[in-house]
Design a protein around this ligand. Sequence first.
Ligand SMILES: C[S@@+](CC[C@H](N)C(=O)[O-])C[C@H]1O[C@@H](n2cnc3c(N)ncnc32)[C@H](O)[C@@H]1O
Length: 326
Amino acid sequence: MTATKAGREHIQRVLDIIKETERDGLLVDRRGDGLSGISGLKTVGVLQRLAKLFADEADACYLEIGVYQGLTLVSTALEAPDMACFGIDNFATLDPDGKNQAIVRARLETFAAVNATLIDADFEDALEGLGAHLVGRQVGVYFVDGPHDYRSQLVCLLAGLKHLREGAVIIIDDANYPDVRWSTRDFLHGHPEFKMVFEAYSPAHPVNMTAAEKKTHELGWLNGVNILVHDPDGALPEMLPPVDPTERTLYLNEWLAHRKIFAELAPEALDLAAAVCSGDTDAEAKARDAILAKHGGLEGGIEDRFPDRNVYSAGLTEGRYNKFTR
Ligand SMILES: C[S@@+](CC[C@H](N)C(=O)[O-])C[C@H]1O[C@@H](n2cnc3c(N)ncnc32)[C@H](O)[C@@H]1O
């Protein structure tokens, strides 16, 4: 990391920005011009203000994982027109008609966000090759809003680390999900040079909110947020996202599910379990059909699997040493 800023004063500025965002929400509202998306407006507002904070720093840039239709990328890029902004998305989800990439490209053009670059790739591949895009820049504001499973969240944080600059701020969206809170927590345990400065949650995922709740939280942090700041001097005390320690059973279940012959059918199998347990016979029939349909589409190799304890180690080396290169 380049030593340009950090310490108390910088962290205080970050805190002030979050407080201003809590009070005022969006910095510049472009919804009337057709800029929409699925992030809370305070989330967008904090990105806009943080981008401005780093805008004067030579070689600072903005990075986001999860562009969707470009709300956060465009909104942020326009507030720091001289700062390079990068958005990574492979349009793997939330895109049933396959239109999101075209929408993002059209919006970048319509809003003249010429400092923004869309990287159309899986986030792990993109993070691995990010140096080629950054060409010497370092990330001051890092927005994590891609796949929300525990491992993806943690990989976003770990693989992003080497690209961050002194004083970097990480904004982690969708922190309502326990998987997201667990990964933030585990990252903070392993990287005490980062501290959480702010967290906010809402009572449910937007899909399960009442109309009134949704209206309120769309103006806020929608599905929750964790905000971390680089704090190499340890100016702040430890602050961790809340988790339920008994949830660890679910992560143990993940291991139990992964090794089963039909591991890929786990979500559909749970729908079947829900139908069976509630006695809903229509839902049960539907879930069975869904399982059989997905089973029919499973790629080859299933016939080589065992009913349980599949470890996929056949063909791996039975002994390999590392060796000095110099
Ligand atoms: C919640 S949306 C992002 C919302 C967006 N920030 C906004 O402004 O509204 C999550 C995005 O992550 C993307 N995504 C999911 N898995 C991904 C992966 N493996 N690599 C890259 N992007 C991924 C999805 O395609 C989706 O567009």
